[in-house]
Ligand binder design. Structure first.
Ligand SMILES: Nc1ncnc2c1ncn2[C@@H]1O[C@H](COP(=O)(O)OP(=O)(O)OP(=O)(O)O)[C@@H](O)[C@H]1O
Length: 280
């Protein structure tokens, strides 16, 4: 996809009457995740206001919007990462395969394996490359013996596009890798526990352009196998890697749709203002 982001000028954006409705209802099949009427609070301050969205395995979904609009807060609500913030609370319903992830019986450790997360700053464990990958499958009972673990380590590193670079140095520390390699190691670590969804919170913001391009290629290769949701500050990145985009502003999800529509044919003026660089 081309860099459509900030290069769009007003003249290229059709008026309401010209807008195609054919993409209005963007999905048909069952979503992997569904959020309905979700509010997230920090204490009594509402950071997310009545957000509803479906997440599909078939597509990469990008969350965009100006700083502080709540993208990361909402992303973290999707695997209960907000539970680690004492003042945070969530209202509404978030489902994974139809099950309420905030239900009292939900095993949060299991949930975070099914809905994995990759953070802004690569955060490998201060252990070997091998152990970074092997730890999760062992504690989740996915491997019975050393052979199983070896297989998972190789498969995960291959899927994350890192195997060829590290296969001869699996006992080296994960923290000795370059930033881009560390981020791919973190993606491999998420993959190793067989997730269904991978949440990525600005996964390239600490990386140089070449490492960024590799992560973007990887995201494209992983699409379809896992539901992928990416928070990004870069509209160019959203346009390159995602098929669906949600635009957030002041805690609300203003607009959701096909990425191409959001960037060339937005329905809402606030989306148009953002993609044309009026704020953010
Ligand atoms: N741990 C926290 N405690 C209190 N308020 C918070 C906390 N984390 C975020 N907020 C507030 O919630 C709102 C949304 O923040 P969030 O980080 O989700 O936005 P964002 O869109 O991801 O921003 P950015 O693009 O700058 O990362 C902001 O007003 C922020 O100050």
């Amino acid at each position: 996809m081309t860099d459509t982001g900030t290069e769009i000028d007003d003249a290229s954006i059709p008026s309401q009457s010209e807008k195609s409705l054919e993409h209005e209802n963007v999905e048909t099949g069952e979503p992997k995740m569904r959020a309905q009427g979700v509010d997230v609070y920090y204490g009594d301050k509402r950071a997310i206001d009545d957000v509803s969205i479906d997440i599909y395995t078939e597509y990469v979904t990008a969350f965009i919007g100006p700083s502080g609009c709540g993208k990361s807060t909402f992303l973290r609500a999707l695997n209960r990462m907000n539970d680690t913030i004492p003042s945070a609370s969530v209202k509404g319903r978030i489902e994974l395969d139809g099950d309420d992830i905030y239900a009292s019986g939900m095993d949060v450790v299991q949930l975070r394996a099914r809905v994995g997360m990759v953070f802004q700053k690569p955060n490998p464990f201060p252990k070997s490359i091998y152990e970074n990958i092997a730890y999760g499958p062992r504690i989740h009972g996915l491997a019975e013996n050393r052979n199983d673990v070896d297989e998972i380590v190789e498969k995960s590193l291959r899927r994350a596009g890192l195997w060829e670079e590290v296969k001869d140095r699996l006992q080296d520390s994960g923290t000795a890798l370059s930033g881009g390699q560390q981020q791919r190691l973190c993606i491999a670590r998420a993959i190793a526990v067989d997730p269904e969804v991978i949440l990525m919170d600005e996964p390239c913001s600490a990386l140089d352009p070449i490492a960024t391009a590799k992560i973007e290629e990887l995201i494209d290769e992983l699409r379809g196998r896992y539901g992928i949701v990416i928070v990004t500050h870069s509209m160019q990145q959203a346009a390159r890697v995602s098929q669906r985009t949600a635009f957030f502003h002041l805690g609300k999800m203003v607009e959701y749709g096909h990425t191409s529509d959001i960037f060339t044919n937005p329905r809402e003026k606030r989306t148009q203002d953002y993609i044309t660089g009026r704020y953010g």
